[in-house]
Each structure stands twice: as C-alpha cells, then as structure tokens.
Design a protein around this ligand. Structure first.
Ligand SMILES: [Fe+2]
Length: 344
C-alpha cells in the first residue's frame, strides 16, 4: 500500500523563500501549500490539516506567534517550526512555550530544516501512537469493568436467589410461618436504616434476617410444629438452632456478618438470652435489630394453635420488655417511627 503523502504548509511573506522551500519539500516527498500572511495560514491550516507548518515569525497583519496560538486552538498534532530572524530570538523562544516544536534562524539551512522536520515528525508520531495505545487501553479497561460489573450483578442476583431458597427451606419446616423470614427482613432493614446502619451492613442485615432461623433445619419437625407446651428437653433442642445455624453459615466466608446475626438473634439486652448470654452492646446491633423484628412478627402472625395478637398489644409488649429483652433505643425507633408498617 502506498504511504499517505504528508502535507506541508509554508507561511512567509517573502514569496521567493516560500517557492524555494516548496521546491525543496516537494523533493522530500511532501504535498505543499503556501500562505503569505498569518490570517491565511490559520484558515488554510484549518482546511487542509497539514502535518508540517513552517511559520515565519515576522509578518504584517498577523505575526507568526499569533498565528501559532490560533492554529494550536484546533490543531495540537501538526509539527510547527518557526522561522525567525536573529533579532526575534526571544519571541521564538516564547513560541516554544506556545506550542511550536522548534525554531530555525533565517537564512534557513536546508540540512538543518530537514533534520528538524524528521525528528519532530518522529516525535509527533510517537506521541500519536502512545495516545492511540492509551485509548485502546482505556477502552479495554472500560470493557472489562463493564463485564465485571455485569458478573457482580449476576452473582448478587444468584446470591439473593440462594438466600430466598434457604429461607423457603426454613419455612417449609413449619408451613404456618410462611412469609415470616421476608417480613423479619423487611422490618430489620427499616430499623437498620433508622439506626444509620451503613449500606453495606444493611445487605448483611437483610440476609441475616432472612436466614436467622436457618438452624431450625437441624431441629425435628415434630418439636417445631408441636401445638402444646414443649418439654424442657424439647425446648433445649429448639434453643440449639442459633448455634446450628451459625455452624452452617460461618463456613461461608461472605456470610461472616450474617452468621453472627444467626448466632445472636436470641440474645437479650439484659444478658438473659441464649446461646452465649451476651448483654447490651456485646450483642451486635444487627442481632439486636433482628430480635425485635422477629419477636414482633412472631407475636402478630397467626399460628395453627393461636391467632396473631393485635398490633397494639404486640407494641405494648415491646415497650414492656424494652431494656430487658430488647434494646430500648431500637424499640423507640421501631414504635415511634412506625417501622412496623410494611407492605408485603
Ligand atoms: Fe430463632
């Protein structure tokens, strides 16, 4: 494939010099254009997008340094070499700051000019190549980030589906508790938000609330569904469910916070709960939240052997047990903030 011919724009008010440079540059393989003043140089540069501009500093109307500033507003890629008389050396130095690649003193030595053109075109080529590489890299990073985000979202959905499946497995042990896990999760999230639990921990709170009774999978159905009073022995076996649940969930690294909720959701504020008899802030806030949500839903839901109690009565019991069984601050949030009003 034939290489694309490069375009040189020669700008000088000396017509003879322009023609001489044109002849030389054509021989070096450039297509050329000529402008005899700064204004024309700017409009030609905009139109033909040259690879190289040789720009005289001293010209009537618009000087070379002003033309340079105008051209650099829309073109940062071309090589611009300033041509200058000895007395304009200071202006020429300033043009390097203004975006010129080099300056040559007049009379221009052709060998010097060619050397400057070649090295600056090469420099520009490397810059362009680097920029293109950078762009490709950015594109690849953006593409991979999008793919990772997609996979992460997919994983989150799968995770949620697994959690839901588990909660259904819990409820299947006792069909009359249908919807209990979801409601406890909904109350817990509202209470967690009111207590300013961080967004990341809210997710763990929701999952912990969904799975709080997962240990009941390890308790016999006859005991769980027994309508009458449990014997001491049966009660002890029900009380094992937080530790059973903890043993199940703590093996999963991402469920560490969740497993703490599962273990501590029957601990009481005054230390009278189980299994570890933790008290007050020894019990993490997420477990204190789930305890309230679980108790409220258990009191207000219908069971085969009893009807759910009216909301007012359940709330009165929460108040009554505030400071003994329940965290008083959280009970206050739950009741005063009407956080028990959820839609299923
Ligand atoms: Fe429980």
């Amino acid at each position: 494939m034939e290489a694309k011919r490069r375009i040189a724009l020669i700008v000088d008010d000396e017509v003879a010099l322009c023609l001489a440079l044109e002849k030389y540059l054509k021989r070096e393989g450039f297509d050329t254009a000529i402008a005899n003043d700064g204004q024309k140089a700017v409009s030609l540069a905009r139109e033909i997008r040259p690879d190289l501009i040789i720009l005289d500093v001293k010209m009537p109307e618009m000087s070379g340094d002003r033309a340079l500033a105008e051209i650099r507003k829309f073109d940062s890629d071309s090589v611009i070499i300033m041509a200058t008389a000895v007395e304009d050396i200071e202006i020429s130095l300033l043009t390097l700051k203004g975006g010129a690649d080099d300056f040559l003193r007049k009379p221009i030595m052709l060998g010097e000019l060619l050397h400057s053109i070649q090295s600056n075109l090469e420099k520009r080529r490397l810059i362009a190549e680097n920029r293109a590489y950078q762009k490709t890299l950015e594109f690849k990073v953006a593409e991979q980030t999008a793919e990772l985000t997609r996979l992460y979202d997919e994983l989150k959905i799968t995770n949620r589906e697994i959690i839901l499946a588990f909660s259904e497995a819990i409820e299947a042990k006792d069909p009359y508790t249908k919807g209990h896990c979801r409601r406890v999760a909904a109350y817990s999230v509202r209470l967690g938000e009111a207590a300013c639990v961080s967004k990341e921990r809210l997710e763990a709170l929701e999952t912990g609330a969904m799975l709080h009774d997962i240990g009941k999978i390890g308790v016999g159905e006859a005991i769980l569904n027994k309508p009458g009073k449990l014997t001491q022995e049966e009660f002890e076996s029900v009380k094992a469910h937080p530790v059973i649940g903890y043993n199940i969930t703590s093996t999963i690294n991402t469920l560490r916070d969740v497993s703490r909720i599962v273990r501590n959701h029957h601990e009481h504020y005054d230390g009278s709960g189980y299994p570890d008899k933790l008290a007050n802030t020894q019990i993490d806030i997420m477990s204190r939240i789930v305890l309230i949500a679980d108790a409220y839903d258990a009191m207000t839901s219908d069971r085969p052997y009893r009807k759910g109690m009216p909301r007012e009565k359940a709330l009165a019991i929460l108040w009554e047990c505030s400071g003994t069984q329940f965290d008083p601050g959280l009970v206050k949030f739950f009741i005063e903030g009407k956080l028990y009003l959820i839609t299923e």
